[in-house]
Each structure stands twice: as structure tokens, then as C-alpha cells.
Design a protein around this ligand. Structure first.
Ligand code: SAH
Length: 499
């Protein structure tokens, strides 16, 4: 190391294209720099250089960092990745040589340097070795929103920034579950992004901005854009949906969703999106409380007992043009609102109201996963509630399932007013199954009061079971194993011994 002082490294954000959107600080830093460096495509123009052109002087040393061919095929033994790594090493060595000689180096970056910018490859290699400062810039996200002239995200809205290069499935899930979005890096990815917007049900809202604040700028409804005409310097935008002028609809619709057993991790992206898009939420208050509050959205909470009324209420709202989400816990089709809504919708007066059911994660799956894999082979799902069917039917089904050696997932095992069912069910099952059969008691799985315990069928104590509990009763094959850390798990093999 020489005793000479090294130069400073700057990553200089230049904003989205219009030179007048450079910051005062960016202009200052360029003026004081000895070396102005910028990336460019092979023999291509550098967009960054062209934004800063009027600030680059004769006496600036210019370093053009030219990317290797941006095609997938290359002679490099490490493939295109390897060629790129070599390029970044070589480029950063060139900048390091200037810095070692005491020269100040300004690396120009379109937009913001730390936002999908090439500057970052230099930064990672040099910032720990030289005094370094990053000058933030206006990103294409802000520029695109400004050119559209519409709010981008407000209040509790979530803005998701998505590279269009992701696989279609991932794009679809992200677009379905966010409020606002900006999809970057269009160009060749445009047809995929468009399909993802369509699958996420958001194509109508999507706007398109090309070359924001640059020459040749264009904005459009994304659905109207010819895919052949889309350059890399363009973005798709889903603007804020707060205060989006409510469409006057003749007909609304009903979507029946489930929040999952508890907690935010088990809400699917599709359901998250449907909840956000609804004008009205209808459901049992406990489940509605799991859904984030949105301005402008109406909630119609009720207790757990009036399913038919609730279903008709939802359908009536939809007939008046509202988009209604009926909210259950778990999966809406498992002992929940989906059947009630479809039953009501089967009446002639609702036959033209569109109704969709979205799948959700059911309690049995959550409890089983916590305990191991007790549902790994054939199993039966039963509700122990005799509120909507006679106990004799339940008893008959328990006997049938038990004699068929099915694992059992027992929903609604008991409540404050239904206390004897679990004991009766246990005694009935003991006629067919060993007292040592493992039973999983999953209570509030995924919630704050979660507890998952494994007992034997003989020891199953009804007083430990309440409305928030699901029981999983093993078959003759279900194994109970103690792991090295002392934890017990259960699993049911997928093959029978004689196989
Ligand atoms: N649609 C729901 C089930 C509604 S019936 C689903 O798919 O999960 C209500 C019963 O579900 C409860 O009595 C309990 O047996 C079970 N349940 C729901 N959420 C649960 C959770 N987080 N933990 C344990 N059991 C749960």
C-alpha cells in the first residue's frame, strides 16, 4: 500500500432519464470527480452517460465499463455467469487503480444506484476498501407513478416491486396478494407479465409506462399495449386502489374464502387478494378480525349461528352490485360457509349471482403438520357436532370409519354446551382400536394459544377438548416416535405391512 491518500468512490443516482431530475448533490459530485465511470451494453450507448452528458467535461477521465455479450451462450467455462463475474472483477480493478492513485471516481447510475443497479457490483467489491458514498436518485418507480399522475400507495396499502423476469406462477401470486405493484424489466417478459396480471384478476387495473421522463415516453392501459412494441425501459403499474372510483356495476359477485386455521402465514395469496378487492366482508366476527381493515370496505360481522341468513345477505349485496367476500376460518368448504352460500344461491332469485369458492388451508392439515404426518395414508373427516345432524348418524360413521381402519380428523369435537360427544366417540372407537392408539389434540393451531399434544386413545380426556380443538385419531398403523430432542411425533406409513 502506498502512503498516498486514496480517492473517494461515489455511486451517483441520476434519476429516471430527464436530466433536470438529477439531484443537486449528483451534479456537485460529478463536477468534483476526476473519473466518470458508467456501464454500457456492448458497443451500445450508455443511458447513464446520456443523462449526465451536460455535466461531463473534456478534462474528466471517462471509464466505459462495457458488458460482455448479453446472450446466454459464451465460451467462458463458467457460462454467462462466469463471464459476468470476470467482467465485474476487471471493471472494479480498473476503478480501484484510479482510487489507489488518489482520484475521485463517480460511477453513474440511472435511477437509484442501490435499486436494481449495476453500480452495486462495483460497490460490493470496493466499498469496504475505499471511502464511499452513495447519492440516492429518483427511481423509475417514482417516475412512472408521477407520469401516470395517480396515487401509488396510501395508508396501509402495500406496494410490491416485482422483477418481470420471475416465473409466471410467482408473478401471479405476488400480483394477486399485493395492493399496489410496479413490475420492472418488461421487454421480453411482457407476455408473461400480462398473463400473470390476467390470472391474478388485475389486468383491468394495470397501467403501462414506457421510458418515463425520457424522450419517447409513452403511457397506456396495459391491456392495450402491443407486446411486440415493449422495450426493457418500461414498467407495469397497479396504482392505489383506495378511492378508486367505484365502478357502477349492475351485478356484483360473491367469493367465499377461508382465512386458514389461524395466523397470517396460512392465508393464500389468492385469498389475500380477494379480501383486498372486496367492497363488503361478511362472516363470523372471529374470522373477520383476522382480516386487515381497509378504508372504504364495509364489514358485516355476526355470530356463528346464522349461516343461511348470512349467505342470503351476501347474495343480496351482490345483486345490488357489491363485490362481497364471505369469510370462514380454515377452508371455506370444510364445515363452513361455502355450502351455506351455494345452498342459498340455488334459489331461483339468486341463480344469476356469480359465486366463487377459493380453497384454504384446513385445520386438519395444520394440526397434522405440527404433530408429524398422521394423515399420510387414508383418512376420514368428520364433524362431531350434532347441531346439524343426529348423533346416531355420527356414531354410525365413527363405527364405519373405525372398522375400516381409517385415520380420523374430528372437527367440532366439543364446546361449552356440547360436552359428552368426545367421551362417547372415544368409547365407540375403543371397540375397534387399541387403547394405545395415538391421538393428536391440536388447539388453536397457528394462533397465540396454540398447543399440540399427543395422548393415547385410552387417556383421551374430554375436559381437555374445546371448540378450538381438532382431534386426529391414528389408525392401527399410526406410529408414535420420540425424537432425540425428546419431542414426540406421529406418522402413518403409506404402505400396509403385507405390501
Ligand atoms: N372451515 C374450518 C373448519 C370449521 S369447523 C377448517 O377448514 O378448518 C370448526 C372446527 O375446526 C373447530 O371446532 C376445530 O375443530 C377446527 N379448527 C379450526 N381452526 C382450528 C385451529 N386453528 N386449531 C385447531 N382446530 C381448529
Amino acid at each position: 500500500m502506498s502512503t498516498q491518500q486514496t480517492g473517494r468512490l461515489y455511486g451517483v443516482g441520476l434519476g429516471p432519464g430527464d436530466p433536470s431530475l438529477m439531484t443537486v448533490r449528483a451534479v456537485q459530485v460529478i463536477a468534483e470527480a476526476d473519473v466518470v465511470a458508467y456501464h454500457s451494453a456492448r458497443h451500445g450507448r450508455s443511458i447513464a452517460r446520456s443523462i449526465a452528458a451536460e455535466h461531463i467535461r473534456e478534462d474528466h477521465i471517462e471509464e466505459r465499463l462495457m458488458y460482455p455479450l448479453t446472450v446466454e451462450t459464451t465460451d467462458h467455462p463458467g457460462g454467462y455467469r462466469g463471464a459476468l463475474d470476470d467482467f465485474y472483477e476487471e471493471a472494479s480493478a480498473r476503478l480501484a487503480a484510479h482510487l489507489d492513485a488518489g482520484r475521485t471516481v463517480a460511477v453513474l447510475a440511472e435511477g437509484d444506484p442501490l435499486f436494481y443497479g449495476s453500480y452495486q457490483h462495483m460497490h460490493k467489491r470496493l466499498a469496504h476498501r475505499y471511502p464511499t458514498e452513495v447519492i440516492p436518485g429518483v427511481t423509475s418507480v417514482s417516475a412512472a407513478a408521477a407520469r401516470l399522475g395517480e396515487p401509488l400507495c396510501e395508508a396501509e396499502e402495500i406496494l410490491t416491486i416485482i422483477p418481470g423476469t420471475l416465473p409466471e406462477e410467482e408473478l401471479t401470486a405476488r400480483l394477486a396478494s399485493t395492493d399496489s405493484a410496479v413490475v420492472m424489466k418488461l421487454g421480453r417478459t411482457f407476455p408473461t407479465v400480462r398473463r400473470a396480471l390476467e390470472r391474478a384478476g388485475r389486468l383491468d387495473e394495470a397501467r403501462y409506462v414506457e421510458r418515463a421522463t425520457m424522450a419517447g415516453e409513452r403511457t397506456a392501459e396495459l391491456a392495450d399495449v402491443d407486446p411486440e412494441s415493449v422495450p426493457y425501459f418500461s414498467v407495469a403499474v397497479l396504482p392505489s386502489r383506495i378511492d378508486a372510483v367505484a365502478e357502477v356495476r349492475e351485478q356484483g359477485d360473491v367469493v367465499v374464502v377461508g382465512t386458514g386455521p389461524a395466523g397470517p402465514l396460512w392465508l393464500t395469496p389468492e385469498t389475500r387478494g380477494a379480501l383486498a378487492a372486496a367492497d363488503d366482508l361478511v362472516g363470523y366476527t372471529t374470522y373477520l378480525d383476522r382480516v386487515p381493515v381497509r378504508p372504504g370496505q364495509l364489514r358485516h360481522g355476526s355470530d356463528n349461528k346464522v349461516e343461511a341468513e348470512r349467505a342470503e345477505f351476501a347474495l343480496d349485496l351482490a345483486r345490488r352490485g357489491r363485490r362481497v367476500a364471505v369469510v370462514s376460518g380454515g377452508d371455506p368448504g370444510v364445515f363452513a360457509m361455502a355450502t351455506a352460500v351455494l345452498e342459498a344461491a340455488s334459489q331461483d332469485r339468486y341463480k344469476d349471482v356469480p359465486v366463487r369458492v377459493l380453497p384454504g388451508l384446513t385445520a386438519a392439515n395444520a394440526a397434522a403438520a405440527r404433530a408429524g404426518a398422521p394423515l399420510g395414508h387414508d383418512y376420514a373427516t368428520l364433524s362431531l357436532s350434532d347441531r346439524l345432524k343426529p348423533w346416531e348418524v355420527i356414531a354410525e360413521r365413527l363405527r364405519a370409519a373405525a372398522s375400516a381402519d381409517l385415520v380420523l380428523a374430528l372437527y367440532n369435537p366439543g364446546s361449552r354446551s356440547r360436552t359428552w360427544q368426545v367421551g362417547k366417540a372415544r368409547d365407540l372407537l375403543l371397540e375397534h382400536r387399541s387403547g394405545a392408539t395415538p391421538v393428536v389434540l391440536g388447539r388453536d393451531v397457528g394462533g397465540d394459544a396454540e398447543s399440540v399434544r399427543i395422548v393415547t386413545l385410552a387417556d383421551l380426556d374430554p375436559s381437555e377438548v374445546d371448540m378450538r380443538t381438532i382431534l386426529i385419531v391414528g389408525s392401527s398403523q399410526t406410529r408414535l416416535v420420540r425424537r432425540g430432542d425428546g419431542r414426540q411425533i406421529v406418522w402413518t406409513p403409506r404402505r400396509y405391512p403385507e405390501n
